[in-house]
Design a binder for this molecule. Structure first.
Ligand code: AMP
Length: 281
């Protein structure tokens, strides 16, 4: 467990030379990061983020990584990166995974666990990690626990972000992303200045395949079917921090650490100010 609350620079961002890459995580197969995160002054943070799709986990992951210097380990990003690779390079398991994603269903545990196991060196990342989208089932949580034990690293906390279902569906169906710079917009809540064009890089905004309304409902069903036992798993281990996810990303970020401090006094780092409109919403 990390106990580095006082060592984090108050009000400052993490000391990084430039944005670290995630080559080892996204490519797997022993690939190395070209610009790994600079280790924080204290022990690295190791967090798991839970929450329904669309609840704002991605924005929280970005904030946490930026401020703690941790690496963003998202299994959804690995699948999306693999989908961009040539069709001939896809294994049958990966092809089946893409079909599950397209329908909004969960990829089978065996496929996801092997994908993470192949990247288990990332659990040792000197900057720590923010796992986003994994685990999603108790079988995956058990597999992760064994991997962490094997690697000799512990989890600091599991943040579960919560919002009412109607709000989540509305958020997802209106979400548009820039495939070039990954900025996120919402048709009504955070529209781009010019329709369909990214404000930051001019890229064409698209709807994620699994944000189509049919897929959204399937994803929500998959989520509600698996989340309760997963929450019980982490509650039993006294790692679960429930975080109501309404409000701005900064408010949610601060609420998460305030609640974490209730679970374990001294757990939270100093709260840093919201970086402003340049940060992702
Ligand atoms: P996400 O970006 O986390 O919402 O993931 C996008 C899609 O990838 C999901 O709807 C699933 O089809 C698949 N996926 C990602 N992570 C997992 C996981 N841990 N278990 C099963 N399926 C996953």
């Amino acid at each position: 467990m990390s106990t580095q609350a006082a060592e984090f620079t108050p009000g400052g961002q993490n000391h990084m030379n430039s944005t670290p890459d995630r080559t080892a995580w996204l490519k797997g197969g022993g690939a190395l990061c070209l610009n790994p995160p600079t280790p924080p002054r204290g022990a690295p943070w190791r967090l798991v983020l839970l929450g329904a799709p669309g609840v704002g986990k991605g924005s929280q992951a970005d904030l946490l990584c930026e401020r703690l210097g941790a690496c963003h380990l998202s299994t959804g990003d690995v699948f999306r990166a693999a989908r961009r690779s040539p069709t001939g390079e896809r294994s049958p398991a990966m092809q089946a995974a893409f079909e599950c994603m397209h329908r909004g269903e969960l990829v089978p545990d065996g496929t996801v666990v092997s994908l993470v196991a192949e990247r288990k060196a990332c659990l040792h990342c000197a900057g720590g990690f923010v796992l986003d989208g994994f685990p999603r089932t108790v079988a995956q949580a058990e597999a992760l626990e064994i991997m962490l034990e094997d690697q000799g690293v512990g989890l600091d906390a599991v943040f579960d972000y919560q919002l009412p279902l109607e709000e989540i569906v509305e958020r997802l169906a209106g979400r548009r992303i820039c495939p070039v710079c990954k900025a996120i917009y919402h048709l009504t809540g955070h529209p781009p200045r010019a329709e369909g064009i990214c404000d930051l890089c001019g890229g064409p905004l698209v709807q994620r395949d699994d944000d189509r309304l049919e897929a959204v409902y399937t994803r929500m069903e998959a989520y509600t079917a698996t989340i309760e036992p997963l929450l019980a798993f982490y509650k039993q281990r006294r790692q679960l921090v429930v975080v109501p996810a309404h409000g701005t990303p900064q408010e949610v970020y601060e609420r998460a650490w305030a609640r974490a401090a209730v679970l374990r006094p001294g757990l939270a780092p100093a709260i840093t100010p919201w970086p402003g409109p340049g940060g992702k919403s």
